[in-house]
Design a protein around this ligand. Structure first.
Ligand code: AMP
Ligand code: MG
Length: 335
């Protein structure tokens, strides 16, 4: 059986007919984090698996509520975003931790990953209900850029403070990964060792699928078929950032949701970047950062990062990768 996810990566579940025991894929789908999240546990114990899936979904919903800057729910990210210059806001401990980790990835990625792009992201409008149809003006972009930057926030004993009026945090490039990790944590607490959480193509897997590694297909950024597939097992995450996820065309040019913090405009070096990493937080944050950096700069930055295997579909449709990214059935240049 082949199952295609709505976005990004696709996972291929081999058919397991003929297995002696009633080991099965217990499978549920929920709408969370703005996407369809597929939970699969490979087990004999369907009843407990369903309980674990419900609990994981609940925990992931809490993560969404804690980090979202949309909707009616109140949270400390929104409180910070609405605060005035100099007004200290105590962030929820999970937010505080993820912000510190985001700042560290900001530094490691030479600024390509930036959790302070809230104003710019809202200006481009890719996460709102209605997609805009033409890009903002250069003056608007410059103004939004002036209201961003990791150097313009500071942690004090009283809480986080912004130095520029209007600056807003946005965890859109990392919170989904964090939520997936939290969901997998629940599966582990329930004792499951063979499972997968697939949040719109961003996923983390546990163990194997029966006695085979999980087979994850990678989406072609411009066509409906897969680009190739990878085998993953044990405890691994695989996440793709792509310019096909949220975009519009304007005067023949593609405008999408992954922004270059230097220019304030959609990053132009890549069509998609797939990262295999030990956790979904790392895979999510780095897929965004390496998308912005592009393969040439990204490969240099990766020399100092351990445990990340990466595949780029470059802007010209050629492929680049770290030596340990093992894709099967891969074309060298995509058509
Ligand atoms: P992803 O799909 O994981 O690559 O994340 C893209 C989302 O992260 C966007 O919708 C924005 O909310 C936010 N974002 C865009 N550009 C950046 C960036 N350079 N650094 C951090 N977050 C970003
Ligand atoms: Mg990301």
């Amino acid at each position: 059986m082949i199952r295609f996810s709505a976005l990004g990566l696709i996972f291929l579940i081999s058919s397991l007919f003929g297995c002696a025991q009633a080991v099965q894929d217990v499978h549920e789908t929920r709408f969370l984090l703005g996407t369809l999240v597929e939970f699969t546990i490979h087990t004999k114990d369907k009843k407990t698996a369903l309980k674990a899936i419900s609990k994981a979904a609940q925990v992931m919903q809490q993560v969404e509520d804690t980090f979202t800057t949309y909707g009616d729910v109140d949270n400390t990210v929104k409180q910070f975003n609405q605060a005035n210059v100099g007004q200290a806001v105590r962030l929820a401990s999970e937010v505080d931790k993820l912000l510190l980790q985001s700042i560290s990835i900001h530094q490691q990625s030479q600024g390509a990953f930036d959790p302070t792009l809230g104003v710019l992201n809202k200006l481009w409008g890719f996460s709102g209900e209605h997609l805009l149809t033409e890009p903002p003006t250069d003056a608007q972009i410059q103004q939004a850029l002036a209201q961003s930057g990791v150097q313009s926030i500071k942690k004090t004993e009283q809480g986080w403070v912004k130095k520029v009026q209007g600056l807003a945090l946005d965890f859109g490039a990392i919170a989904k990964g964090y939520a997936i990790d939290q969901g997998i944590q629940v599966f582990k607490q329930y004792g499951f060792t063979q499972a997968i959480i697939n949040a719109g193509g961003d996923m983390r897997i546990l163990g194997q699928h029966g006695d085979q590694p999980w087979r994850i297909a990678i989406r072609h950024p411009r066509q409906s078929q897969a680009l190739g597939w990878v085998q993953v097992e044990h405890d691994t995450s695989i996440v793709t950032s792509g310019d096909y996820e949220r975009f519009y065309m304007y005067q023949g040019q593609r405008y999408h949701h992954i922004l270059n913090p230097e220019t304030g405009k959609p990053a132009i070096n890549s069509q998609s970047v797939t990262v295999v990493a030990p956790t979904a937080i790392l895979a999510d944050a780095w897929s965004t950062a390496l998308f912005v950096l592009g393969a040439e700069q990204g490969l240099k930055v990766l020399k100092k990062q351990k445990g990340l295997s990466v595949l780029w579909v470059n802007a010209d449709a050629s492929l680049s990768q770290t030596h340990d990214f093992k894709m099967r059935d891969m074309a060298h240049k995509i058509e």
